[in-house]
Design a protein around this ligand. Structure first.
Ligand code: MF3
Ligand code: CO
Ligand code: CO
Length: 247
């Protein structure tokens, strides 16, 4: 069931999203080659807590950290570790924060130092996929138009669309209905209503879109070890368009 948010819900989601937005900006200024992914996680944890919020990912189904830090071939759910970030890596940092009982969720893929043109293009196109998806999005839009827009843009650029993970509704829970796939047929799916809050999160690969999960039960990597990028924002559907709450 898709929960339509009240104006009180929306104000609280907005506040949680502001924490996520500010945390990602803070990390973006500090992330660099030589850091471990654990050090990135510590930045995220401490910043969220200093904002009077809680990292929702910590302990979520046993997830052991505050951020998902996914380097190169890691698509999503990279568990922070002693892996050192190197010049030329692309690193996605995905965070969810809870404030006053409500969540905000967003992800950025950062280019570290001298990144190859093809990986830079992957990161750029992944961001563009998000903006294509929200361009005409408003109350009344069929749900799977979102995935249609993402898939069309990614595949036009020769990239793969991850199917195994999807976007989602958000509110009191990190993951609410509906699932928001990054692929789909235009004109299909439920018509979205105003005051729905969604996380739209294209996960795009340079090669094969298929993924596998490592033995830690979380880390999802591309089957062919090709690089992947991830870009996510929490958005509010309105009568006339969308408000991007984590920008
Ligand atoms: N932030 C992720 C999402 O976009 C979910 C985090 S999974 C967790 O849906 F285990 F880290 F919590
Ligand atoms: Co996320
Ligand atoms: Co999400």
């Amino acid at each position: 069931m898709i929960r339509i948010k009240t104006s009180e819900d929306i104000e609280k989601i907005r506040a949680a999203c502001a924490v996520v937005r500010d945390t990602l900006a803070y990390v973006g200024k500090r992330i660099r080659a030589g850091m471990t992914t654990k050090e990135v996680d510590a930045l995220v944890h401490d910043y969220i807590v200093a904002c009077g919020a809680t990292p929702s990912s910590l302990g979520y189904y046993g997830y052991p950290a505050s951020a998902c830090v996914s380097v190169n071939e890691v698509v999503v759910h990279g568990i922070p570790s002693d892996r050192v970030i190197r010049d030329g890596d692309i690193v996605s940092v995905d965070i969810t924060a809870e404030k006053d009982g409500y969540n905000g969720d967003a992800c950025r893929t950062f280019c570290i130092g001298n990144v190859s043109p093809e990986k830079r293009k992957l990161v750029k196109v992944t961001e563009e996929c998000f903006f294509k998806a929200v361009q005409d999005l408003k109350a009344g839009t069929p749900l799977y138009d979102i995935g249609y827009q993402v898939q069309t843009h990614a595949e036009a650029n020769g990239f793969g669309v991850v199917r195994a993970f999807v976007g989602h509704g958000i509110g009191r829970e990190m993951h609410e209905d509906p699932s928001v796939p990054n692929y789909g047929r235009k004109g299909t799916g439920v018509r979205l209503k105003a005051n729905t809050t969604l996380c739209i999160e294209p996960m795009i690969t340079l090669g094969d879109y298929r993924v596998k999960t490592l033995s830690d039960g979380w880390t999802a990597v591309t089957l062919d070890n090709s690089p992947a990028a991830h870009y996510e924002n929490t958005v509010l559907i309105t009568e006339s368009g969308v408000e991007i709450l984590t920008l």
